[in-house]
Design a protein around this ligand. Structure first.
Ligand code: SF4
Length: 194
């Protein structure tokens, strides 16, 4: 698996301050995708053991609430094989931090059932259930331009859902245009789209 970027201080892709991993490879090709360079599975650089260590280290500060996976598409079958190991490790090292994951696949239809998705591949693999077992909040569904709403919390279009798994309580639904978060005396302007 290749990855495009790691953000050590992300306040836009989940609650609190987070470490975010942008993986490469996405077959959805949504119109006006926010990150279309990551559609290419060979974009960016190879994800290695050193990269995993970098993530573990970046998550160490108490102010980091958790890890977010996005892309690209974390649930492309090729990426699941690598990410399931990363999530397992993060869970072991930081059992109290939360894990969010964005996917263009639909939770019930593509990840829980064994059919071929609209991308032409089966998103459900032998490690999908394990991967889901480590995830607290799944943000699912393709970005649909006609349903774009820049005021939605942590997502870009209204078809997309924040799904709390294993009893995880997702943040309260509300508009948050130009919300200012106060963090350690620093004002952080948060953005509103995915
Ligand atoms: S699923 Fe996400 S990364 Fe993939 S094309 Fe759609 S918006 Fe872009």
């Amino acid at each position: 698996m290749n990855y495009a970027n790691i953000k050590d201080f992300d306040v836009a892709d989940g609650p609190g301050v987070r470490v975010s991993l942008f993986v490469s490879g996405c077959r959805h090709h949504c119109k006006e995708c926010f990150n279309s360079m990551t559609w290419d599975f060979s974009y960016g650089q190879p994800f290695t053991e050193k990269t995993e260590e970098e993530i573990i280290e970046a998550m160490k500060p108490d102010y980091i609430q958790g890890l977010t996976l996005l892309g690209g598409e974390p649930f492309e079958p090729e990426n699941q094989k690598v990410l399931v190991k990363v999530l397992k490790r993060v869970r072991e090292v930081y059992p109290k931090k939360d894990i969010w994951c964005y996917t263009g696949y639909t939770y019930e239809k593509d990840l829980l059932e064994d059919g071929v998705a609209s991308t032409g591949v089966k998103a459900r693999t032998e490690v999908t259930d394990e991967m889901l077992s480590y995830i607290d909040c799944l943000v699912d569904g393709e970005f649909i331009l006609a349903q774009k709403d820049a005021t939605l919390l942590f997502r870009g279009s209204s078809n997309q859902r924040l799904i709390g798994l294993h009893g995880y309580k997702v943040p309260e639904e509300r508009k948050r245009d130009h919300e200012i978060k106060h963090f350690e005396g620093v004002n952080i302007q948060t953005r509103t789209s995915m």
